[in-house]
Write a protein that binds this ligand. Structure first.
Ligand code: SF4
Length: 725
């Protein structure tokens, strides 16, 4: 593949525009000889370079993957592969990927390893886990993972082992949105961006940080002027550049903006009275609650003019039901974010955007078959993060990562001495990296399953190399959505190295831990049982040929819009006022508290992502790294002038927990009270040669804070000093 073709197949919009650098890493592909048709296979599969799970077609020529094409049959990815999806090839053929099991041979973080056989690695890890179990009980272990098709096997091993301490990614990402929408509607809906006519986004920088089909919908909706996009962010992002209006809102005050919108819409009787009467509860309390939250009050908090707030509120209500206040991802920025997300949900509800084209739509699902296997007893110990006490309404199965780390470090309510991590890099995903290092150092055992030597793997006792997503058979997955999709991921080539799938690794450990009886199946049996649940004559054959299936009837709206429908809430209605919140000791309606402001001489640190990088996981990918090899610190000219800092100069950015050095980018595209940097840089793992030591990891300076209700990590609560380095 030459550079031009790579650019052609990358997604359009922001990602495509950004792919304008040289790509020396594609040179090996330029030397290809013509391939006989028989030697070429086009194998449908599913991308794993981010959580979106786009359908792709791997082109395999003479046993080697030469290209990843989009699969036009997917209604979800719709013939699109983004830059990261294209660069998946580099994960497979990365010379520095994990190729054999490794056992640590030096101090933690020293990078000294010896290779081991799988037998030895399993024996070693199982021995350590068994010892911890004997000494501290099964609850003395922790099992952390992020979303993947095979995550279920890993989680199951932790639970079968007897540990309640399964910690998952949402607690660092979507926890506040998930909880807010679940408590309001009984479910977390999708947002019909393709058909919306008025979209408000608060800090959800969709056009830069997460390039996927509904981002493309957004580009289509805005550039073709089908929809009006109102964007609130302290920073002028790529999304701001495509918006109809950008408001550089004062950080942490988005709830005040929404409360003022509610004030206008209710005060001017612009809400959907019929919908409110039929489907919601607690409207009178809500109306009373927002009476004092006038646009003039919100102007002082948000620094957005009252007339603009009033106008946006009117336009939003007038555009309903084709209007959405988009919920966004990585939704916990501040300690009060749950209440901000609740207010968004309430606003969307009272204008009747529910289950209507262009509004919020409850996700449609598809049932798969299930393989029956021996169940294990539920773990009996309480969770180490004490969810029942600290976050009684949050999703217990996801945990509360940061509270977990605090408790593990303090040894309460009991010691945790073993940690298994699957496909996740807590060293970079969690704030205050020094604390994560301290937690690892007090563990008797850390085992990591990954494709690459992540920073967390760098500190592990044993590293299990996982086969890449193009080398292994994964379970079938259903992607719920407005149009649900079933996706399939077979191996498109044999494993290049001495690697195993998640299930094989889980089975290897289970056997030595005396838990084999719970994992007595093969991936083929698992997939076969799943496929049998689909309403197709030969479902597995269909998926092998097409890679994706979706019910033919497409998007459906309005299934919940009948008077007999019961929402999965306490009252059976959409809960504007939440008794469950009240009973748990929280505000039943969103109450605003003015956020703390940066003391003189400091700035609020805000963070974001680039389209090329999936969290911190793909910074070392050669193709992607080419486009963004370096991180910078955005700083407003006035603030820079006061500190005597010039554009391009090296600066030291210091919080109460650490400091890092970055190049200053002096720009008007950020508020003077904030500085901004990108996530995903500054690896410790020397195996990540392009990212190791390049700039620094934001995890080193972000302070520990979490949303009070969901427990989700709050990443924008750090104030920093900036000075010339
Ligand atoms: S959005 Fe890009 S990286 Fe994510 S699944 Fe789709 S193609 Fe892969």
């Amino acid at each position: 593949m030459d550079r031009r073709r790579f650019l052609t197949f990358a997604a359009g919009g922001a990602a495509g525009a950004a792919l304008a650098s040289s790509v020396s890493c594609v040179q090996p592909f330029l030397k290809k000889q013509p391939v006989a048709a028989a030697a070429r296979q086009d194998i449908p599969t599913t991308c794993e370079m981010c959580v979106n799970k786009c359908s792709i077609i791997a082109v395999v020529e003479n046993g080697k993957i030469s290209k990843l094409n989009p699969n036009p049959e997917s209604p979800r990815s719709r013939g699109m592969v983004c830059a990261r999806g294209n660069a998946g090839l580099q994960q497979v053929y990365d010379p520095a990927r994990l190729k054999k099991p490794l056992i640590r041979a030096g101090a933690r973080g020293e990078g000294k390893w010896r290779t081991a056989s799988w037998e030895e690695a399993f024996d070693f890890a199982a021995g350590k886990l068994a010892k911890v179990k004997e000494q501290y009980g099964p609850q003395g272990s922790m099992w952390s993972s992020t979303e993947s098709f095979a995550e279920t096997f890993f989680k199951s091993l932790g639970l079968a082992f007897g540990s309640p301490n399964v910690e998952r990614h949402p607690t660092l990402c979507l926890a506040s949105v998930n909880l807010a929408y679940s408590l309001t509607f009984g479910t977390v809906p999708s947002f019909d961006l393709a058909n919306a006519r008025y979209i408000i986004m608060s800090g959800a920088n969709r056009l830069e940080s997460f390039i996927m089909p509904d981002t493309v919908d957004l580009i289509g909706s805005t550039t073709e002027r089908k929809a009006r996009l109102i964007y609130l962010d302290p920073r002028f992002t790529v999304t701001a550049s495509k918006a109809d209006e950008w408001f550089p809102i004062k950080p942490g005050t988005d709830l005040a903006f929404v409360l003022a919108m509610l004030n206008v819409i209710i005060g001017e009787q612009r809400y959907n009275k019929e919908f409110v009467a039929n489907y919601t509860s607690g409207f009178d309390q809500l109306a009373e609650h927002v009476k004092s939250h006038t646009p003039e009050w919100a102007e002082i908090e948000t620094e957005i003019h009252a007339n603009d707030i009033r106008r946006v509120a009117r336009e939003f209500a007038d555009a309903a039901p084709r209007a959405v206040y988009y919920a966004g991802r990585r939704s916990s920025w501040y300690r009060e974010d749950f209440q901000f997300r609740r207010a968004q949900a309430i606003l969307n509800a009272i204008v009747g955007n529910w289950d209507r084209q262009g509004g919020m739509v409850p996700n449609a699902k598809i049932a798969l078959g299930e393989l029956l296997f021996l169940p294990w007893d539920d773990p009996t110990a309480p969770r180490v993060d004490e969810m029942d006490k600290n976050f009684p309404l949050a999703a217990k199965g996801d945990g509360a990562y940061l509270k977990m780390r605090e408790n593990v470090l303090a040894g309460v309510p009991y010691p945790v001495k073993a940690w298994m991590v699957h496909k996740q890099d807590p060293m970079n995903a969690l704030p205050e990296q020094a604390k994560t290092v301290r937690m690892i150092e007090q563990m008797d055992f850390l085992g990591v399953i990954d494709v690459q030597m992540s920073d967390t793997a760098w500190y592990a006792d044993v590293v299990f190399p996982e086969s890449s997503y193009l080398e292994r058979q994964d379970p079938i997955e259903v992607l719920p959505g407005i149009v649900p999709v079933v996706v399939y991921r077979p191996p498109v080539i044999k494993p290049l190295h001495d690697t195993k799938s998640t299930l094989e690794i889980v089975q290897g450990l289970a056997k030595r831990l005396g838990l084999s009886q719970y994992f007595d199946y093969t991936i083929d049996k698992w997939v076969d049982a799943q496929a049998k649940g689909l309403p197709l004559d030969t479902p597995l054959e269909y998926l092998k040929h097409h890679g994706v299936w979706s019910p033919p009837d497409g998007a459906k709206y309005g299934a919940t819009l009948n008077p007999d429908h019961r929402f999965v809430t306490k009252s059976g209605k959409i809960e504007l006022y939440s008794e469950r919140l009240q009973e748990a000791g929280y505000d039943p309606l969103p109450v605003y508290h003015t956020p703390m402001q940066p003391p003189t001489g400091t700035f609020r640190l805000i963070l974001g992502r680039r389209a090329y990088f999936t969290q911190a996981n793909t910074t070392n990918n050669p193709w992607l790294n080419t486009f963004a090899p370096e991180n910078v610190l955005w700083m407003h000219p006035r603030a820079a002038r006061q500190a005597g800092i010039d554009d391009g100069q090296m600066v030291e950015v210091a919080s109460s927990v650490g400091s890092l050095r970055l190049k200053a980018r002096v720009t008007q595209e950020i508020r003077p009270d904030c500085v901004f940097t990108m996530h995903g840089y500054g690896k410790r793992s020397q195996w990540q040669r392009l990212a190791a030591g390049r700039n620094a990891s934001d995890a080193e300076i972000i302070e520990t804070a979490w949303d009070k209700v969901s427990g989700g990590g709050a990443f924008h609560e750090t104030f920093v000093k900036v000075r010339k380095a």
